[in-house]
Design a protein around this ligand. Structure first.
Ligand SMILES: Cc1cc2nc3c(=O)[nH]c(=O)nc-3n(C[C@H](O)[C@H](O)[C@H](O)COP(=O)(O)O)c2cc1C
Length: 186
């Protein structure tokens, strides 16, 4: 059932979104969480049939690229919201304090250790887990349900999973039920 892309990256975005929406329909899943830094993936899903779905775009935290700047700008945010895509910006669950510790003192700390273990499945897998938790903690998806998470390798989307996310403080209750698609190498 899993679709494997030969290579990671943006070229896989539309296929990933189509496969994810198809699986959502089959499983009657209404909640879709996707990563979109500048808005490309979110705009692509907004062109598809997302009527009746709760689509949440998790974007980079403010100042990720440059202090004081938002990568997904206000204009794109408004446009997405008109098309029924919610936009959420918050502290990245895995890296948050762990990255500050590494940058200040060296070493590696729990959040980034967990992130790097997920990265053995590909960058997108790590991001799928992270954004599902962020959306649940933000109250943008319901608790106690499987959802679909979509993410990629730097840009676009190449990975989608059916996931039962836990709140961040209950991290180990997270279950990845299905891998819809992922790259075979990266
Ligand atoms: C919270 C968050 C964390 C992310 N972490 C990573 C990461 O660790 N590695 C990676 O390759 N991409 C990461 N991404 C990028 C996403 O997986 C995805 O490819 C990107 O946000 C798509 O942006 P676009 O739609 O503007 O092209 C992250 C994105 C977000 C929003």
């Amino acid at each position: 059932m899993t679709t494997y892309f030969q290579k990671p990256g943006k070229n896989n975005t539309d296929n990933t979104l189509k496969l994810a929406l198809q699986r959502a329909k089959e499983l009657k899943i209404k909640d879709i969480v996707l990563a979109s830094s500048k808005g490309y993936t979110a705009k692509q899903i907004a062109k598809m049939d997302i009527k009746g779905l709760n689509v949440v775009c998790v974007t980079h935290h403010a100042g990720f690229e440059k202090p004081g700047q938002m990568e997904l700008n206000d204009e794109t945010k408004k446009l997405l919201e008109i098309k029924g895509v919610k936009v959420f910006r918050g502290t990245h669950y895995f890296s948050g304090l762990a990255r500050a510790m590494r940058m200040e003192f060296g070493g590696i700390y729990t959040g980034e250790i967990a992130a790097n273990v997920y990265r053995t499945f590909g960058e997108g897998m790590k991001v799928c887990v992270e954004i599902a938790i962020m959306a649940l903690d933000a109250g943008l998806i319901p608790f106690g349900k499987e959802i679909i998470a979509i993410a990629g390798t730097g840009v676009g989307a190449d990975t989608a999973v059916v996931i039962y996310p836990a709140y961040g403080r209950k991290f180990f209750e997270t279950q990845i039920a299905e891998i819809i698609c992922k790259p075979r190498q990266w």
